[in-house]
Design a protein around this ligand. Sequence first.
Ligand code: KIV
Length: 295
Amino acid sequence: MSTPTITFNTSQTARKKVTTLTLRQKKERGEPISMLTAYDYPSALAVDQAGVDVILVGDSLAMVVLGYENTLSVTMEDMLHHSRAVARGAKFALLVGDMPFMSYQVSVEEAVRNAGRFLQQGNMDAVKLEGGAERVPAIRAIVSAGIPVMGHLGLTPQSVNQLGGFKPQAKNAAAARKLLEDALALEEAGCFAIVLESVPARLAEYVSKRLRIPTIGIGAGAGCDGQVLVTHDMLGLFDRFTPKFVKKYANLHTDMQRAIGAYIDDVETRRFPAPEHTVSMPEAEWDEFLRGLQD
Ligand code: KIV
């Protein structure tokens, strides 16, 4: 199969690779940051060519691609495999690899080694990890190894068993104060951005104003410096459930079912393949083939 030529529109050709500095400058200029997840080559290509600032190879991979109940089962090897595929498809977006459960919690040394693998073997530009002040030693060590770190506070899915489910967080004054303290600790430790997931909008806005680094919200209202969604949720590709905070821009699961149903119908009624989908053979060659059978 020959490789198709990809034509970019003018704004794509003029586009520069997004870096952590680009995100900081966007915050300073008050320009919203867009972030989406991708897990494979075609989704990375689509998301990158559409012009998103940041692509996260999220550990949501576990649920929306690999079919697990939660994100706890996904491994470093799974994450690196999918990171490499995304890196082959994305040219411009900042690429962030999500550190999976138990890849950074056991020791600072393991955290640094695994973060390094995302850059060396997964071709990512940065890593993301979940948690507050308790993660500061690991974050400091990863950052001093030259690896940019994105934090993640609020609903942290790797702690689903401790949180008692996928529930909104920081809804009371004490928890809100703790979230603010954690955010300030992550900034101080060297994070270049922080994801705020499923927390009250007024708190997310307050935290965003207090930080110099950008916040990226998911279910955290419009006051964050940027927004992220799981691509499979916003495209309607994951039909098991849709979180309340997701806006659906397409219904690709239904579209896929419709297309596949049409294919099955075409096969069963012999409408597919049609002449334009088949390989022809010159008449003379066919005659010679038949003559050969008679000899
Ligand atoms: O894994 C993921 O997709 C995430 C986003 C929800 C931020 O962590």
